[in-house]
Design a protein around this ligand. Structure first.
Ligand code: MF3
Ligand code: CO
Ligand code: CO
Length: 259
């Protein structure tokens, strides 16, 4: 349930978020090893569900507001919320965002990356690199006293300077024992605007960056969001905690220092 109060997590809750975040990162790493031409997105989904259960966790997307699968798989012009499907076979040159959210001991780790299938075009590769850099620049703004608008401004400035556009219809969000809660974290905006960040706040930054127009369209399945012009879209997401002196990336596997 979407509440409009921003919660400050206790150390005990932050520890649970760390565990969920670490498992989410490991799941994404595991799925990355399956991304190749010929694999279909239902295979990615089914392996995600199996792996999640084997690690004693639950898949938050499954049944969430009626979402039918365990992960989101968003290929090429799909902006987000793509539904895994056996008929959707990855081809050389595709880009695919895989978005996972395991629940561990009641807490959610929400993370996604866009992967290259074989050898996409230089334009597609640039979009993916710029989107990852957008997430890095958004994260770099996070510290106590900064404002939510600083995050979106940093992302929008960089994306647009590279000739790309920022999706408006989907935003980052508070996340804890609730999947989507306050605050909203837009990936566009104005420096100095919005609420101030405080230690113990936990939220995602998950920029969706488009090659052409930022406008999206949702298919009649009620979920699949795609670019109106059918040009490419990429996304990266981390779950973050505001610390006393900066930021902690919760959805990072050990030894992985990306983005
Ligand atoms: N993981 C997505 C996010 O980043 C939400 C997916 S909701 C679902 O917020 F129902 F599509 F799974
Ligand atoms: Co997500
Ligand atoms: Co999210």
């Amino acid at each position: 349930m979407k509440t409009d109060t921003i919660v400050i997590l206790s150390q005990r809750e932050l520890d649970k978020m760390r565990k969920a975040g670490r498992l989410a990162a490991q799941l994404l790493q595991h799925l990355e090893s399956m991304v190749k031409p010929g694999v279909n997105t239902l295979q990615l989904n089914d392996e995600a569900e199996r792996w999640t259960q084997a690690h004693g966790a639950k898949s938050a997307p499954l049944g969430y507001k009626g979402f039918p699968k365990s992960i989101c798989t968003s290929v090429n012009e799909v902006v987000c919320h793509g539904i895994p499907n056996a008929k959707q076979i990855l081809r050389d040159g595709d880009i695919i965002n895989i978005d996972v959210t395991p629940i561990v001991d009641g807490y959610h780790g929400d993370t996604s990356k866009t992967f290259l299938v074989g050898s996409p075009s230089p334009k597609a590769k640039k979009l993916v690199e710029v989107t990852q850099e957008c997430l890095r620049r958004g994260i770099a703004e996070v510290k106590p006293g900064a404002r939510i608008g600083d995050i979106g401004a940093a992302i929008q400035e960089y994306a647009e300077s590279q000739g790309f556009s920022v999706v408006r219809d989907f935003v980052g969000h508070g996340v804890s024992n609730i999947f989507h809660t306050a605050p909203d974290i837009p990936h566009y905006g104005t420096r100095g605007k919005g609420k101030r960040l405080r230690p113990g706040m936990v939220f995602t930054i998950e920029p969706m960056i488009n090659e052409g127009t930022w406008e999206v369209e949702v298919l009649s399945d009620g979920w699949t969001a795609l670019t109106r012009d059918r040009k490419l879209s990429a996304q990266f997401e981390h779950t973050l905690a505001v610390t006393e002196d900066g930021v902690e990336i919760l959805t990072q596997a050990e030894g992985d220092f990306s983005p």
